[in-house]
Ligand binder design. Structure first.
Ligand SMILES: [Zn+2]
Length: 403
């Protein structure tokens, strides 16, 4: 509740790193608190990354495991003057947020809360997000750091703690030096529902189509003008409507999705995103778009087009499959805490997908954060406590694999 009161919103328009200076205030606070707990090897680097080392207390050689969370909050919703409210022993009735009583957190809208009756629920006050994404993760990792200091009987290998800025604007690991972090495996603490263990994300590409028509004065355009806007509209019209679109797709099915269109009669451009769990399907989606363009332009030999495809991120399962122990031990840690792991593929990306491809396999563990990026965001304190319990199991399981 202390951390969420600090405004750490990131800014996609910014050209600095971190994108907003205010994120460093929380990052500095974390450095100081970790030192107060008694951990001395804690640094914030020039980019704002905070890295702390908890030395091994085991006689065995154990892989170095890192826990990571991001300090920034999403630009979609205000993160200024967040007033967290603790609803002790939630009884299942509507939670009316006091600063905007039209904001009501109800079981109808948030069915997950049905399992949280009796828990202590934290919400914001109605005009801002809460910032449990990802300060729930930050708090869980900080509590872990504090707990292991006062419980030397818990055996563990070397542990790295990593706090990052700018995750919400897709730049969370842009300047991270993986070598100097020195971890073998990592877990991001940025998942939602109790038990969620995410090891599979979308693979993602962007595709930009530009169509150039032929311009002419409309008063004398007969037989000459080729209107690029109409060509663009035709391309969109030819794309699948009842399949392969996000509005008709769920589970493991991917999609192609126009996100932006602009143009004049002379020139029009459309931006697409392509998403699938299987990289090969991204090629198929790019082909579908190109086919639609070609068949549109077939009767207009004087019109031209270009297609530019860029890789955005890749399904981290490809990497994690090579190190099955990373996910297996996390699942085992949950079971040891009486929690059934829920391993659903993520229809999006995480910092973990990028970390995995940078050489640091990084599945995502639940924190309890829910209704992200909205004024109705909430988190159950008991979910956070269970996440901490899982981490304590996990570090001991890793220690037991040492030799
Ligand atoms: Zn997050």
């Amino acid at each position: 509740m202390r951390y969420v009161q600090m405004d750490t919103q990131s800014d996609p328009e910014s050209v600095t790193y971190p994108s907003t200076e205010k994120q460093k205030e929380l990052l500095k606070l974390l450095v100081n608190e970790l030192k107060e707990f008694g951990w001395n090897d804690v640094k914030m680097d020039e980019w704002g990354y905070v890295i702390a080392t908890i030395p091994s207390n085991s006689t065995k050689k154990v892989p170095v495991v890192c826990f990571c969370s991001h300090v920034d909050t999403a630009p979609d919703c205000s993160g200024k003057n967040v007033k967290p409210i603790l609803h002790s022993m939630y009884d299942g009735s509507d939670i009316i947020l006091p600063d905007d009583p039209s904001q009501v957190i109800s079981l109808d809208q948030h069915p997950y809360l049905k399992n949280k009756i009796g828990d202590d629920i934290i919400t914001a006050s109605g005009t801002t997000l809460l910032g449990a994404d990802d300060k729930a993760g930050v708090a869980i990792i900080m509590e872990l750091a504090k707990y292991v200091k006062s419980h030397p009987e818990i055996l563990h290998g070397e542990i790295k703690l990593l706090f990052t800025p700018d995750e919400e604007i897709g730049k969370g690991v842009d300047h991270l030096n993986i070598q100097s972090l020195g971890a073998d495996f990592c877990y991001t603490l940025d998942g939602g529902e109790l038990g969620s263990l995410e090891s599979e994300t979308f693979s993602a590409d962007g595709l930009e189509l530009e169509i150039v028509g032929v311009i002419a004065h409309p008063g004398a355009a007969k037989g000459k003008l080729i209107n690029a806007i109409k060509l663009a509209a035709s391309v969109i019209d030819l794309l699948p409507k009842n399949e392969l679109a996000p509005e008709v797709t769920e589970g493991r099915r991917g999609f192609l999705h126009p996100t932006d269109i602009k143009g004049t009669a002379e020139k029009a451009s459309i931006r697409f995103i392509l998403r699938d769990f299987d990289d090969r399907n991204l090629d198929a989606y790019a082909d579908l778009i190109e086919q639609a363009v070609k068949s549109t332009l077939a009767s207009f030999p004087h019109a031209r087009y270009t297609l530019k495809r860029t890789e955005q991120y890749r399904n981290m399962k490809t990497v994690l499959d090579k190190y099955p122990q990373v996910v297996d031990l996390a699942a085992q840690a949950m079971k040891n805490c009486g929690i059934e792991p829920v391993m659903l593929p993520v229809r999006g990306g995480t910092d973990g997908s990028r970390l995995s491809f940078m050489g640091l396999p990084s599945p995502n563990i639940f924190t309890g954060e829910m209704a992200l990026h909205s004024v109705q965001e909430y988190v159950s304190v008991q979910d956070m406590e269970k996440s901490l319990a899982v981490l304590l199991q996990l570090i001991q399981l890793w220690e037991s694999t040492g030799k």
